[in-house]
Design a protein around this ligand. Sequence first.
Ligand SMILES: [Zn+2]
Length: 226
Amino acid sequence: MARNRAFIFLGPPGAGKGTQAKRIAQSCGLTHLSTGDMFRDAIRRGSALGRVVQPIMERGELVPDDVVMKMVEERLSQPDCAKGFVFDGFPRTLPQAEGLDRILERSGFGKLVVVDLAVGEDKLMRRLTGRRTCSVGGEIYNVYDLPPKVDGICDNDGGKLVQRADDTAEVVKQRLAAYERATKPLTEYYRRRGVLHVVDASANMDEVSRALGEIVKRAEGRNGHL
Ligand SMILES: [Zn+2]
């Protein structure tokens, strides 16, 4: 079992958790996990879980803990997680964190390493409300920082660029407020346990990746005692 290879990336929506988690998963041989991906997959398949979470996500609210934990426990029991994993955006609440600790203990993972990707609110608003996704190829643009050559049209395939329902200014404000409320006690919990690292995620993407890669390497270098 992959002791010392259980990583959690925390951070508000727009901090780049997903992108960074994918990069680190690839460069360090970890399985990338995200409850967002699990939910979207369930919605796409039209499963019972998908029908429960769809309206909740469209309102920009958080999915209830019992639903989330059920899904996470099942996912972590799959063979690709045995080599170690990086979870992005989970847990989001203290009860989820406690639930995750119990799951990890049962499944023989070592001590968690938690990274908080910190970004100021102005920068987050700009990143999130500016985001547009190609309806054909899924490419991601930002009207402020990474605009397409022609307004509203994908450079690669001419697809129409759309804004996700939960990226509008009003919903983004709600998401950031909900995130703050839910995760303050969570970061405190991990800080008290001495497993929390804070990384400045407003820096450029490569610098952030480098900082995260070093944290992973240092964690793997530990001698494995809890
Ligand atoms: Zn496209």
